[in-house]
Design a protein around this ligand. Structure first.
Ligand code: SME
Length: 162
């Protein structure tokens, strides 16, 4: 596995294109989901300098019963809320809908959960396994309207390698 992240200065899309194979290489060598989530959060956070980058996992895990809340997983950034119910906030909404949610202005999103008052925009991407959402990747920015279809496309691809 690569020991160090290598990303050259370039457009957002160029950075994602450089990052994707490095994430694949790291995940390929490790079967533990938490370890892989931790490295993906780190690599994204370091590459883009986001405010908060991390995962919430569906609890209880697959195979036990239908999940009923999200619980904080590996992340980079400030202290965060630990439990989020299905349908609540941006994370619970992305989980319930089973689709990526892009929020250009968190103040305009009804029910947004403000773990950090400095967060202004957000993207939440569901992580699928065996036809069910097992986690979400949540990224927060201190700027408005940070995330668009480019982020959605590459982040969906990145969480699919988990
Ligand atoms: N803002 C999220 C909560 C998680 S934190 O941003 C880390 C939400 O509304 O679901």
């Amino acid at each position: 596995m690569a020991e160090e992240l290598i990303i050259s200065a370039g457009s957002k899309e160029e950075k994602y294109r450089e990052l994707l194979p490095q994430i694949e290489a790291v995940v390929e060598d490790e079967t533990d989901l938490i370890a892989n989530m931790a490295n993906i959060a780190s690599m994204l956070h370091e590459t883009f300098g986001f405010w908060w980058t991390g995962f919430y996992r569906v609890h209880p895990p697959l195979g036990e019963q239908e999940g009923n809340f999200l619980i904080l997983g590996p992340f980079q950034g400030p202290l965060a809320c630990t439990r989020i119910k299905k349908g609540e906030g941006v994370c619970g909404t992305a989980w319930e809908r089973g689709e990526t949610v892009i929020v250009p202005d968190v103040e305009a999103f009804p029910g947004h959960i403000a773990c950090s008052s400095l967060s202004r925009s957000e993207i939440v991407v569901p992580v699928w396994r065996d036809g069910r959402v097992i986690a979400v990747l949540d990224i927060d920015s201190k700027e408005l309207a940070t995330f668009d279809e480019i982020d959605k496309r590459y982040l969906e691809e990145m969480v699919n390698v988990l």
